[in-house]
Design a protein around this ligand. Structure first.
Ligand SMILES: CC(C)(COP(=O)(O)OP(=O)(O)OC[C@H]1O[C@@H](n2cnc3c(N)ncnc32)[C@H](O)[C@@H]1OP(=O)(O)O)[C@@H](O)C(=O)NCCC(=O)NCCS
Length: 173
């Protein structure tokens, strides 16, 4: 599997991947109809300008992506040392094959090696997504609290969001 940094013209390929991922309930927060070109263009642009975005290419079709991870700086001075709004998504047919772990490991290695201005990477995950929480902990993320009643599930139940953080061992203060 080939992994590379995303390019500005990857919008449609990323959008296609996110739409497939959003079809499965309980994964990413957005519904399929909320995966718009504007949404993808926005995070792609911010991640390329001040963050990091990686894509995993389909083994037989370079026009299709099977995974993606991104995060970016929130944009104001006091948050200059943070990457936030992290999202990772692996195509449902390719989940459970170590693509997510490989993408995330490369992502954190790249931050540690080449982004020493980044002190911390933040993400939020739904409390019910226990597999995702355990996965992030295994990569070195720590639970930093509990944001009550932040998510309304498709079943109409309110659920907490869990903020998690990873600290860059090579951060240059
Ligand atoms: C979560 C996700 C990125 C993991 O990527 P993956 O390629 O499927 O996972 P990997 O095969 O690399 O396995 C990594 C860990 O993810 C967990 N995992 C596997 N499938 C998962 C799934 N469908 N949902 C959540 N976690 C999953 C496993 O527990 C695994 O832990 P292990 O390595 O100790 O066995 C991917 O399954 C996905 O995109 N899920 C839907 C969207 C989502 O939940 N995003 C995260 C929102 S916070």
């Amino acid at each position: 599997m080939h992994i590379r940094t995303a390019a500005p013209d990857d919008v449609q390929r990323i959008m296609q991947l996110y739409k497939e991922v959003a079809k499965v309930k309980g994964g990413i927060a957005r519904l399929e109809n909320e995966i718009t070109e504007e949404y993808v263009e926005n995070f792609l642009k911010k991640s390329l300008a001040a963050g990091l975005i990686l894509v995993a290419i389909h083994p037989e079709d370079p026009e299709r992506f099977v995974g993606e991870i991104h995060a970016y700086k929130p944009g104001i001075h006091v948050f200059k040392h943070l990457l936030s709004d992290l999202t990772i998504a692996v195509h449902p047919e390719f989940q459970g094959k170590k693509i997510g772990r490989t993408l995330f490991t490369i992502f954190l290695e790249e931050i540690a090696l080449n982004h020493t201005d980044i002190g911390k990477v933040e993400l939020l995950t739904r409390e019910g997504n226990k597999k995702a929480i355990a996965f992030y902990q295994s990569l070195g993320f720590k639970i930093e609290g509990r944001m009550e009643m932040r998510i309304k599930t498709p079943q109409g139940i309110y659920e907490a969001d869990i903020p998690m953080g990873w600290q860059n061992p090579n951060f240059e203060f």
